[in-house]
Ligand binder design. Structure first.
Ligand SMILES: NC(=O)c1ccc[n+]([C@@H]2O[C@H](COP(=O)([O-])OP(=O)(O)OC[C@H]3O[C@@H](n4cnc5c(N)ncnc54)[C@H](O)[C@@H]3O)[C@@H](O)[C@H]2O)c1
Length: 425
């Protein structure tokens, strides 16, 4: 019997399913495996009543989807946003399964959230909503079942409320039930720089395959927030010349190299945490679009999705692109880059330092023993190098782009696990 292909009116889910079926076909995956992996293991819908500050009651819709626990507990964020719905959680949960699989960590994939505009809520309403949501999904989450993390509009405070609620319900401390907690409360040192460190490790590994000495490499990094700043900093420390950076205020170019430490210190001291006003000898200001089009060996977009498309892919003057942001290249741009021979290291691989960092937090919570930042970084870099190598080798052996290779490698690990374990429960 042929596979009954699912589809959805939700664009994210329809795309996730389409991509999965295409990859499964390419890999010649058994029909049974395709049927199982194209569906989430569990999808939980809860209502979340909150007594508002004016005494009225509002009920929000909450979700937690566990796409797969084949490789370990489900792992993935919780977002608070008006657009959150079940299909979106299913789609993003499946992407987490592939991301954790590729990262080589013992996790499956999940996603969840509440359909709400959290900025409409007072701090008390926000806390009550988060705690009630945690209590209602409590039977389904836990350090060995499903470990949520921050996502859009959630962060340290929400993770602390969830951990505290679950701990009280279970009558014992449950630090490993969520990651992304503040360092002072069972979080981990090293997490802030983890994603940027992972991206820069991929850049350096790529240069190795191309036999390029990093000291001769020029780099432009788009976005000077969490990911971009640390990526640029680590690349500069490795000897590369970061000739351009940008943020919401535009592009900053210097042919002799930007002083990343100075720029980072400038942003940290700026009340709005932006580059506006930063200067150094030889610095040239330009627009955010122009900086992407300057000559460099490596361009690393670390800001927003969809910034490289058919509109500008022909104008880029780089040899390699390493994606720090999620989805910075649109499919129409990807086709042009491919035609031009510009090699792309996909987001899926390059920004996985974040989820590997969550795994490290969980490991420390389970052990009740905490690492130094140096220990954290020394464990992250070899994992990133190994993951890069697996994808690079696959792409070379099978003559496919790294983006395709990453997806196929990721699906294979889960499918192999499922084959070994079978379909019982
Ligand atoms: N933080 C993580 O651990 C992590 C992990 C995986 C993926 N990501 C992805 O990386 C990307 C960046 O995340 P972040 O945590 O660094 O965010 P951030 O908010 O800390 O920084 C974003 C940066 O992008 C800049 N920016 C915004 N619009 C811009 C524009 N039009 N042109 C140039 N710069 C612009 C902002 O000014 C800021 O400097 C996002 O796509 C995110 O999903 C982040």
């Amino acid at each position: 019997m042929a596979v009954q292909k699912r589809t959805s009116k939700n664009v994210l889910l329809a795309t996730a399913l389409e991509n999965f079926y295409a990859a499964a076909e390419e890999m010649n995956l058994d029909e049974g495996l395709v049927e199982v992996l194209s569906r989430p293991e569990r999808a939980v819908c809860v209502s979340v009543p909150v007594v508002m500050d004016d005494g009225s009651v509002r009920v929000f819709e909450g979700y937690r989807v566990q796409h797969s626990t084949v490789c370990g507990p489900a792992k993935g964020g919780l977002r608070f946003h008006p657009d959150v719905n079940l299909e979106e959680c299913e789609a993003l949960g499946s992407l987490m399964t592939w991301k954790c699989s590729l990262a080589g960590i013992p996790y499956g994939g999940g996603k969840g959230g509440i359909a709400v505009d959290p900025f409409e809520l007072s701090p008390r309403e926000r806390e009550m909503m988060t705690r009630t949501f945690a209590a209602r999904i409590a039977p389904f989450i836990g350090d060995w079942t499903d470990v949520p993390a921050p996502d859009v509009n959630t962060g340290g405070p929400e993770m602390v409320w969830i951990m505290d609620t679950i701990s009280k319900l279970r009558g014992k401390l449950e630090p490993g039930v969520v990651t992304g907690k503040p360092i002072a409360y069972w979080g981990s040192k090293g997490r802030t720089a983890a994603t940027g460190l992972g991206v820069s490790t991929c850049v350096l590994e790529l240069l190795k395959t191309q036999k390029v000495d990093p000291k001769t490499a020029t780099v432009i990094v788009q976005g000077f927030g969490n990911v971009g700043t640390y990526n640029a900093l680590f690349l500069q420390e490795a000897g590369a010349k970061v000739v351009g950076i940008s943020d919401i205020t535009g592009g900053y170019y210097c042919k002799d190299g930007i002083d990343i430490k100075a720029a980072k210190a400038f942003v940290e001291a700026h009340p709005k945490r932006i580059l506006d006003g930063y200067t150094q000898p030889g610095l040239v200001r330009m627009s955010g679009e122009e900086i992407l089009e300057q000559e460099c060996l490596v361009l690393s977009p670390c800001a927003l999705e969809g910034v490289i498309s058919e509109k500008n892919a022909d104008k880029l003057k780089c040899t390699y692109i390493v994606e720090g942001a999620n989805g910075p290249i649109r499919p129409d741009g990807d086709v042009i880059l491919d035609r031009r021979g510009i090699l792309v290291v996909p987001d899926f691989l390059a920004n996985s330092g974040g989820v590997i960092g969550s795994y490290f937090e969980w490991v420390q919570d389970l052990a009740g023993f905490f690492w130094t930042e140096e220990e954290y970084n020394n464990r992250l870099v070899p994992i990133m190098k190994d993951n890069f190598k697996r994808v690079w080798d696959y792409s070379q052996e099978h003559s496919v782009k790294m983006r395709r290779a990453a997806f196929l490698v990721a699906i294979k690990r889960v499918a192999d696990g499922l084959k070994l374990k079978g379909f019982f429960l």
